[in-house]
Design a protein around this ligand. Structure first.
Ligand code: HEC
Length: 195
């Protein structure tokens, strides 16, 4: 538990520091890189750098599920996607302005990034139980998810359909490994997120 918490603190501080570099509202003083200047403490930030907005179920439905469907769809010929009326408003990621292989890359990155979201302290399961982010097997399952996302990103960058077919299996296994333990509860949804 302690280890995960301190890891998160490191992540949070890094996130604040990098946000300060790109978001003018943080008004961070310009820092010379490699000049030995110590970064200012983040205590002056007006709002917390991160805040949980969804329960785990909503996060799964909103981010992981649609993103993995894009990867799974990319096992077929992408040019056979239905043509949208207007690519700038298409609700199908594969047919938007950022469609085709670009959409597959984006979905892969969304999955890799979702590993960070699944690990956020304060993320609750739909039954009110906290997501078990301190458990070693949960951390391992999340790492598997992250690696599947990274592998999908590489396959998409290469526009390699065979690699996407393979990575689709890896991805779906990563989802199931965690679901088998933490979602599919014979005793009912009240026991989700419990070991
Ligand atoms: C580290 C564990 C973990 C991983 C990895 C994971 N899930 Fe989940 N998922 C859960 C848990 C736990 C729930 C139940 C959440 C709740 O009820 O709040 C869930 C719920 C869901 C749901 C909602 C089910 C419902 O009842 O409506 C969907 C959809 C889903 N996951 C899709 C995915 C997909 C797709 C992947 C892989 C890309 C994935 N999940 C990876 C743990 C995980």
């Amino acid at each position: 538990m302690f280890e995960v918490r301190s890891l998160f603190r490191l992540f949070w501080v890094t996130a604040v520091a990098s946000a300060a570099m790109t978001v003018p509202a943080f008004a961070a003083p310009a820092q010379a890189s490699g000049g030995g200047a110590k970064p200012k403490p983040a205590a002056t930030a007006a709002a917390p750098a991160s805040k949980v907005e969804a329960n785990l179920l909503q996060l799964m439905r909103g981010v992981l599920y649609p993103a993995s469907n894009v990867i799974f769809a990319a096992q077929d010929d992408l040019t056979k996607q239905p043509k949208p009326e207007d690519a700038s408003t298409s609700p199908n990621p594969l047919t938007t302005t950022y469609g085709g292989w670009q959409a597959v890359e984006n979905a892969a990155l969304a999955i890799a990034e979702s590993a960070n979201l699944v690990m956020m302290p304060g993320r609750m399961c739909s039954n009110g139980k906290p997501a078990p982010i301190g458990r070693a097997d949960w951390v391992k399952d999340v790492q598997r998810l992250r690696e599947a996302g990274r592998a999908a990103y590489k396959a998409a960058q290469k526009k390699d359909t065979d690699a996407i077919v393979e990575v689709s299996g890896t991805l779906s296994d990563a989802c199931s490994a965690c679901h088998d333990v933490y979602r599919e509860k014979k005793t009912g949804p009240q026991d989700r997120c419990l070991p």
